[in-house]
Design a protein around this ligand. Structure first.
Ligand code: ADP
Ligand code: MG
Length: 617
């Protein structure tokens, strides 16, 4: 039989490729705007007619193209943006596949005018259905103008498939907004059928959002800012009361590229949990900056989907950052208290030393004064490096939201005289450091505003939990060598669970010398873990995993930290020395979330003198 396989002619191949890249006028808008950004333009104009069906034109003041490049730009796989496949992991440009112009030219009438700064004259190319109609020298300003006319003129089926102008125009606006939002440092304008629809000057991000969505938007925005080792998050979320029934304003960018990610959208929405009426969707404008090496953009021709190396971590970070902002901006005054410590990321522990926490202390902060917020703003905050962070109790009180009319200055404690110097080098807060242990269960202490009662078990759990999370994250758990290896027996199913968690356990300080089907041999344990406790801890851990079945890596580490802190925390009934009590209090208030145990139970309560007074009436 004769051979039947043939290579497709270029124009056919381009048409097929166009099917992937260009679905509608809005796709052309996206590709052309992105090319203009990649060409370092600072002013970009978009002109459309009939919702882009008749014309999509983008004019930029970018670097333009040489004569040869202008011609080559319409070839398939012709790109100036990458050279090797390796470059895919260092991408700083929007484009890299070199197929947009080739695809567009296969299904429309295209006219290109371009000039580089140093050239006297520029080039004009007219191309129709992949065929060059003309190429000539023209007088044109620096930059590039590309007109795409009569989209799908040669593929009637696809042209008929286009929706009404209203629908297509909405898609065009959507694309325009996405690109413009990602680049507030570029000026954009959009002209629709001869009239100006948007004129967006160079501005900051907030202003850009307001310029697109209207002045009213300004009051709805809550800033989100989070810098971690893994990624930076910046942008805004809409206040919950402005949430809408439709998923309108949800913009998520990764390295300045608009991305669709139902998974991360879920992370953001879940941070709003309890704050929205059911069926309402929050608005958000969030930018993630990550190392390009940790993402893969090349999984879809339109590049709106992306693969992250570690999606679970991003989920947790994003959720926690949004939650934190909502709490901080008092959108959810109780959030601080209810904050889900499980997902409160340990990642920004970074290189911090756990025993020298930096606590922001506002010495004039008075939790019992009505106008806390102004008081906080007007007074300088003090940074104090010490393990005696009792002053941070005020911070704790703040987040409890305890407010009464009581004026703090009227309370005369014996320690009052030391208030001024209490934060100096001499650190005279000894007098307030009195602690008592109540029923071997609670630690009671005086604080400036009244008294403090700490649940010793829960407090210790919180301290250990944060320590373990930190070790799991920075992978530097300190290990103590056992004199003799410890051999423990488990069922093969239990061994499986240990194996799943082995790496994380090692990060906390465990050293496994041998793991067989039924035994594990341990030669090192975390310094905080007594040898006698090892088997109890592992058993507890296995049962916790069996009961909670974590399905993500993140929740597995979290579960491990929770389980170990639960096993190791001092129990009720254990008597503590004075210095142990003090140490516990100090460590607790050096925690990120001293208010609650890892399982969200209250760790301490306070009672103001005022409240006590009332009891004696
Ligand atoms: P890609 O953007 O993936 O490289 P395109 O087909 O979109 O592929 O563009 C091909 C090439 O044409 C680009 O790599 C770039 O060098 C050049 N080019 C396209 N648009 C412009 C523009 N507006 N200004 C300058 N150069 C451009
Ligand atoms: Mg491109």
């Amino acid at each position: 039989m004769a051979d039947i396989i043939q290579l497709l002619p270029d124009h056919v191949a381009n048409q097929i490729a166009a099917g992937e890249v260009v679905q509608r006028p809005a796709s052309v808008v996206k590709e052309l705007l992105e090319n203009a950004i990649d060409a370092d333009a600072s002013i970009i104009k978009l002109i459309i007619k009939d919702a882009g069906k008749t014309l999509v034109q983008v004019i930029d003041n970018g670097k333009g193209m040489s004569t040869t490049d202008a011609r080559l730009s319409f070839e398939r796989h012709a790109t100036s943006k990458i050279r090797t496949a390796d470059d895919l992991f260092h991408l700083n440009t929007k484009g890299f596949r070199g197929e947009a112009l080739a695809s567009i030219a296969a299904i429309a009438h295209v006219e290109l005018k371009t000039k580089q700064e140093q050239d006297e004259v520029g080039n004009s190319i007219v191309i129709e259905g992949s065929t060059i109609v003309s190429q000539e020298v023209v007088v044109t300003p620096k930059g590039t103008s590309i007109s795409v006319k009569n989209l799908f003129y040669n593929i009637p089926a696809r042209r008929n498939f286009l929706k009404s102008n209203t629908v297509e125009l909405r898609h065009v606006f959507d694309e325009f907004h996405r690109v413009a939002l990602a680049h507030p440092s570029i000026s954009f304008a959009l002209y629709n059928n001869g009239s100006e629809s948007f004129n967006l000057p160079i501005s900051n991000y907030r202003q850009r959002i307001v310029n697109i969505f209207g002045n009213k938007t300004n009051e709805k925005l809550v800033p989100v800012e989070e810098e971690t080792e893994v990624l930076n998050i910046s942008g805004f979320v809409g206040k919950p009361e402005y949430a809408k029934k439709t998923r309108g304003e949800q913009y998520f960018f990764v390295n300045d590229r608009f991305i669709k990610s139902p998974y991360l959208n879920h992370a953001i929405c879940s941070a709003f949990e309890g704050l929205l009426k059911s069926g309402n969707h929050p608005s958000y404008f969030l930018n993630l900056t990550v190392d390009p090496q940790t993402i893969d953009i090349n999984i879809h021709p339109t590049k709106t989907e992306i693969k992250f190396d570690d999606e679970h971590t991003l989920y947790a970070l994003l959720r926690s950052a949004v939650k934190h902002s909502l709490g901080q901006f008092n959108i959810a005054p109780v959030l601080d208290f209810e904050r889900d410590a499980n997902l409160d990321t340990p990642y920004n522990f970074g290189n911090k030393e756990s025993n020298t926490p930096v606590i922001e202390v506002d010495r004039s902060y008075n939790p019992f004064k009505e106008n806390n917020y102004t008081a906080v703003k007007q007074t300088p905050t003090f940074k104090k490096q010490s393990t005696s962070n009792w002053d941070s109790l005020y911070v704790g009180l703040e987040s409890k939201g305890t407010k009464t009319d009581h004026d703090f200055s009227e309370v005369h404690f014996e320690s009052e005289e030391t208030t001024i110097s209490a934060f100096g080098d001499d650190n005279k807060i000894e007098q307030t450091k009195t602690t008592y242990q109540l029923h071997n269960k609670y630690i009671v202490s005086t604080i400036k505003s009244g008294m403090l009662v700490i649940d010793q078990h829960r407090a210790h759990q919180r301290i250990l939990y944060e320590d373990f999370l930190k070790n799991l994250t920075i992978k530097e758990g300190v290990s103590q060598q056992l004199l003799f290896p410890l051999e423990l027996h488990f069922s093969s199913q239990e061994i499986q669970i240990i194996n799943q968690l082995k790496e994380d356990l090692e990060h906390t300080g465990f050293v496994f010398s041998n793991v067989t089907n039924e035994t594990i041999e341990i030669t090192g344990v975390p310094v905080t873990v007594p040898e006698s406790e090892v088997s109890i801890i592992l058993e507890q851990l296995i049962s916790d995993v069996e009961n909670e079945v974590p399905d993500t890596h993140f929740s597995a580490t979290d579960l491990l930290a929770k389980s170990m802190s639960k096993s190791l925390a001092i129990k009720a009934g254990q008597s503590l020395q004075k210095d142990e009590q003090e140490h516990l209090v100090n460590k607790l208030f050096a925690c990120k979330e001293p208010n609650v145990s890892p399982t969200n139970r209250t760790t301490f309560i306070t009672m103001s003198v005022d409240e006590l007074d009332k009891k004696f009436i």
